[in-house]
Design a protein. Sequence first.
Length: 511
Amino acid sequence: MQNRKPRAGHTSPDSGAAAPWTPRYAENLLAECQAPPGRAPIRAIPSRALDSAREWARSGAMALTGEAEGPPRLAPGPLASVARGAALALAALAPGSRSLAELDGPALLGERAALMQLERRGAIAPGGGCRLIAARDAWLALNLARPEDRDLLPAWLEAEPAPGEDAWNFAARVLRRRSMRGCVERGRMMGLAVAPALGAPATEAPWLRAESVGPRRPPPRPGERPQVLDLSALWAGPLCAQLLGSSGARVIKLESRDRPDGARRGEPRFFDLLNAGKQSVAVDLGQQAGIRRLRELIACADIVVESARPRALLQFGIDPSACLHARPGQVWVSITAYGRRGAQGNWAGFGDDVAMAAGAGVDAGVGADAGESTGEARRPATHGEAPVFCGDAIADPLTGLHAAVAALARWQTGRGALLDISLYAVTRSALAAGREGASPPEIQPRVEAASAPNAAPNPAPNPKANWRVVTANGSENVAAPRARAPRGRAAALGADNAGASFDARAATRSP
């Protein structure tokens, strides 16, 4: 079943009516996720209510958007306001959680950058693993985050690098003579994370596909909390599981001993932020004993969170539909780059490149939208519209936050489901939220140097200056990225192999 966002009336998040718009987005989100009746109300927004431009300035993600030598840039959609609405929805599902009540949804967008001290770099993503490259006719986003990606370049480009030539220079040299569409299609077929830099969507589209599967169980009793098995890696999935843990869930993180979560090799504080408080189980998936342990934990989990392409688990004989039929009320959260269905289910993608495909490139323009699920009908950014990255892998935190809302809401109904949640669909939906039927603001937001109250709308570039966003409703300084404090240190790989297990009978009760 496709879940479409109910119309939020004719109020835009840019109109200055953010106070009613953001809670209404939260209410719509819960309706899409089929949250049960009787939950806590959406709480009022604390302090000032911000329109989307000022919310973006405050989030920390705006500081990561734009050229390194220029001012920070506005987002092409209400991404920070959407993040706040999703955080409000999650808090309403877990009214006893203080950490969720205090969760600053927009700040999630810049947490990794805060911990890694990343900065905006224009056509280079803040994390450095993804870049925008001009093909002959349009721009594309190429992610070379994995070592094997660079090894694929000669086969993908059907060319050889010059002696000593850098991988990025090699790709740029060849791609400028090639068609963007042909390069993207060939790269995806080979497993590269490559995507077109498309214009922002003009219409809203579903971000969630929920398929009811398996027998029902009674809704949880007061005080019950779900048992969550986290099979995911990197950012979106672990964030989803971490937020579920903040709601009171018990979380076990299972990893392959040979191929653990790649984030373990990254910034330790970021890994701690997403994984502290989870028990760690490591198994050898090349041995039957390891596969058996994986099956045992799946069989007893209330919520399974995974971020693999659909074929990955099938090679171990694990079919989500069969698992859902075996465990009444189980919720399976499948987080992918572009969705589980068709050829898209095999496309590789990460937060930066997928966000560009969804239309998050700043200055990429808004093209015609034929409503295709891949968004390929939208006009790509041409050479005259050089795009820059919007935030730091922004599709990841947006997706992790929305996935947590969907998982917890569905578990509370007692109805089992396979939740197909993609980075692409969530980002595309967030970019278009509130756009249909809304009038544009009478005064367009502008960015100016904060130290000059009467500065011109287009100040001289000074990346070290303090900046602010000015709208018809007021102004807001552009904040630096910030991060929550981790709950502690994440468990070492396999630290809980001996004792980690779930109660096979039902969800755990909170003390």
